[in-house]
Design a protein around this ligand. Structure first.
Ligand code: MF3
Ligand code: CO
Ligand code: CO
Length: 364
């Protein structure tokens, strides 16, 4: 994807405190999991730009669906280090953070699955611990610093750090920010909703999970949005079984969202995961007729739908990472890493005693 946006190339690394929004990467593709152009090219009947799926309100600029003031970029602190004693993915030490192209299988070997169980359980535990700290006045920077230090304590590398140049250990996306928000100095406010996305790399594999958290008391539309987003993720997971095309996942998510009058973001998708953070496997969260890759036992991938109260159309901030809704309406996302089993999908991003943030902090 080559969508260019104006803005400089100022980086947030190197010890400076840089206002977010003031420059940075300019290509949507560089900041994304995988952009759906490849999947959606040539798909007939799919709404094009400016056409909305049935049930999605048209975008009318800043609409009444906005709740609260727009999120303004805060200050981003200097990039933190991870001790050399901790095993790191290869992109961690590349100047541009680019990962090598993944050429391996999308089916995991038994020992890889075993290692992923450990990484995914760590990610789940970390996300719960972050959730326990969320309250008005806490900054996303403070949450990120905690996550960074806790990863080090667990002898894990925080996968987002330097991934394609991302400057922090976690992504924190508040209110109308959909995805890839950069932790910063903005204190969370009563009534905000925040998504925290953690991925850890340990013993050569990644585990990736995210959830929504209510800050103080939130309005009823935000509650409904988060509830539907969580249900949509679980509906997508329920649809997984070996032998069926990958597009059953998006179909389940989209139909649930649209039944509830909620939009589905198309630009960011779920992904295969294992020894690579993002493998070649793509998991759209809406129905793509041509996405017919057969689901196989032993595959590991994420399901991470992003849903919006208003239109799902989005733009990137000038930092080149932060994706926000065009109409200012709120967005919600939940993510689990799953393993395809003989009978369906097993959620890997749970603690050894079965807990996860999506269930421990239900926003409903
Ligand atoms: N964890 C995100 C995902 O769900 C990806 C974050 S990549 C980063 O795929 F570079 F933004 F950190
Ligand atoms: Co992911
Ligand atoms: Co994630």
């Amino acid at each position: 994807m080559t969508k260019k946006r104006p803005g400089g190339n100022r980086k947030t690394r190197g010890g400076r405190v840089t206002p977010k929004g003031s420059g940075g990467r300019s290509s949507l593709a560089r900041s994304s999991t995988a952009i759906l152009d490849r999947v959606s090219d040539g798909v007939r009947g799919r709404p094009g730009p400016g056409q909305l799926p049935p049930g999605i309100p048209a975008r009318t600029g800043i609409t009444s669906r906005r709740i609260g003031d727009p999120i303004e970029p805060g200050l981003v602190s200097a990039q933190r280090e991870v001790p050399a004693s901790i095993d790191r993915p290869s992109y961690a030490d590349r100047p541009d953070g680019s990962p090598p192209r993944y050429k391996g299988s999308n089916v995991r070997k038994p020992d890889e699955v075993q290692r992923m169980r450990v990484a995914c359980a760590m990610a789940a535990q970390l996300l719960i611990e972050i959730g326990e700290q969320i309250q008005p006045g806490v900054t996303t920077e403070q949450l990120d610093e905690f996550a960074h230090q806790r990863c080090i304590q667990m002898e894990a590398y925080p996968s987002p750090l330097n991934y394609k140049g991302f400057p922090k250990a976690t992504c924190t996306s508040v209110n109308e920010v959909i995805y890839h928000g950069i932790p910063d100095s903005r204190p969370l406010q009563d009534g905000d909703v925040v998504n925290v996305d953690v991925t850890v790399y340990v013993d050569g594999v990644h585990g990736d999970t995210d959830a929504m958290f209510a800050v103080g008391d939130i309005d009823s539309d935000s509650l409904r949005l988060c509830r539907v987003a969580r249900e949509a993720m679980y509906a997508g997971i329920e649809a997984v079984r070996p032998g069926v095309p990958i597009n059953v996942i998006g179909k389940a998510i989209q139909s649930l969202a649209h039944r509830n009058g909620i939009g589905v973001v198309e630009e960011f998708i779920g992904h295969g995961i294992g020894t690579a953070f993002h493998t070649s496997l793509q998991i759209p969260h809406y129905f793509v007729p041509s996405a017919t890759t057969t689901i196989e036992e032993g595959m590991t991938f994420t399901i991470e739908p992003m849903l919006t109260l208003g239109s799902p159309r989005l733009h990137l901030w000038n930092d080149g990472w932060t994706a926000a809704t065009n109409d200012g309406s709120r967005s919600a996302q939940y993510e689990h890493t799953v393993l395809v089993t003989s009978g369906g999908a097993e959620i890997l991003t749970r603690t050894s005693d079965g807990r996860c943030a999506a269930d421990a902090f239900p926003v409903d």
